[in-house]
Design a protein around this ligand. Structure first.
Ligand code: PLP
Length: 384
């Protein structure tokens, strides 16, 4: 019911705190199965100060628009592209939808089809449905990367693009993007790389010496990349990123917004009014941490995941789905459903809906949290 009379701020706040008291919080260390994390305090400061900026009407906030462009170019440069075209958007979902939309609009075929791995994120299901694009699913290899031969077999005159994933949602697997890129070039079809998660991990992990295939714009077939600052970038939600190699992709999805207070513009994002503060926070966090700072975050996360995977292997009745590639470790157990239920009852933020439990070593996850989790897991599996 809409209240007739207002209440004191303090009273409202108290009520809100009590209503959300059963939320799991990232700083509790109990959330182990999420790709989000506790935002960096500096990013929170930026959001507070610039909360009113609206990038949907950039004529009013021209400085913020410039900063967004700089943030896009910093992300492009992390992805080996000197100048990129794109936006800081609401998340990986919007970024993927925009890429599919650009490919579809440029392809101009009557019955558009998109080839994507069976491991692709469900955001592509939304994209397919909204954009009238048929999804053609490509099989996976035994190591859960996409089978490139199957992708090739599925190419038709209606194919508007191919998707490769750099850091799958379930297992953190990086597809063979170099081969997908070659294929895309051979057939003259654009390749979109969904690095929503891996974008803020792979460049740093490679620099640390981890062997991971190339996945970015240095591969000429790659025409667009999704990279999400609100995952490993530690920027508050919402902050996704989509970067295109060329301007024509942005032009293909821009519509005229004629009536804005700041003057008419061409708008490519799905959201109209959209938070400028989060784009500024992306810029600020990259400036604040720099490559070295993020590399340190990734080093910790990668080391923790290797240690955790080794610990899991020592528990009888527990098995790894595959060796970790990034900072995601997924495992199965005997009587998985019972184990999942028990873990949840003990307050762990995990899920097993794909047939395994996925642990994501986000910056808020520390070794002591994992030790406590392992202790519970050992007890539960012994009884299961
Ligand atoms: C690979 C991948 N792509 C896209 C997304 C969607 O991102 P968002 O939830 O920010 O829309 C996710 C989310 O987990 C993801 O793992």
């Amino acid at each position: 019911m809409f209240p007739k009379n207002g209440e004191d701020e303090e009273e409202v706040l108290e009520e809100l705190r009590s209503k959300t008291a059963d939320d799991l919080t990232f700083d509790s260390g109990r959330i182990l199965g999420s790709m989000c994390t506790y935002p960096h305090p500096f990013a929170v400061k930026i959001i507070e100060e610039f909360l009113d900026r609206n990038l949907g009407d950039p004529g009013l906030h021209v400085g913020s628009q410039r900063v967004e462009r700089e943030a896009v170019n910093m992300l492009a440069s992390l992805l080996s592209l000197e100048k990129g075209y794109g936006h800081i958007v609401s998340g990986g979902t919007e970024a993927n939808i925009l890429a599919v939309r650009a490919f579809r609009n440029l392809a101009r075929v009557e019955k558009p089809e998109l080839i994507l791995p069976e491991s692709a994120h469900f955001s592509f299901i939304k994209a397919g449905e909204m954009l009238g694009v048929k999804l053609v699913w490509a099989e996976l290899n035994d190591d859960y990367s996409v089978n490139v031969r199957d992708v090739e077999e599925k190419i038709t005159d209606n194919t508007i693009g191919i998707v490769g994933i750099a850091g799958t949602t379930g297992l953190g697997v990086v597809d063979d993007i170099p081969s997908l890129s070659d294929l895309a070039l051979d057939y003259g079809i654009p390749l979109h790389v969904d690095a929503a998660f891996g974008g803020f991990v792979i460049p740093f992990a490679k620099d640390l010496g981890y062997e991971i295939p190339d996945f970015d714009f240095r591969l000429k077939g790659v025409k667009s990349v999704t990279i999400d600052p609100h995952k490993m970038g530690m920027v508050p939600i919402p902050a996704g990123g989509v970067i295109f190699r060329e301007r024509k992709y942005i032009d293909a999805i821009s519509v005229l917004a004629p009536y804005l207070a700041g003057g008419k513009i061409w708008q490519a994002t799905i959201t109209g009014t959209r938070p400028g503060a989060n784009a500024l926070a992306v810029w600020a966090m990259i400036k604040h941490l720099g490559f070295e700072g993020y590399r340190e975050v990734v080093r910790r996360a990668m080391e923790l995941s290797r240690w955790f995977a080794a610990e899991l292997k020592r528990i009888s009745g527990v098995y790894l789905i595959r060796e970790p590639v990034l900072n995601i470790v997924s495992f199965g157990t005997r009587n998985l459903e019972t184990v999942e239920e028990e873990l949840k009852e003990r307050g762990w933020g995990i899920s097993a809906h794909r047939g395994y439990i996925r642990i994501v070593m986000m910056p808020h996850v520390r070794r002591e949290h994992l030790e406590a989790f392992l202790k519970d897991l050992r007890e539960i599996v012994r009884k299961a």
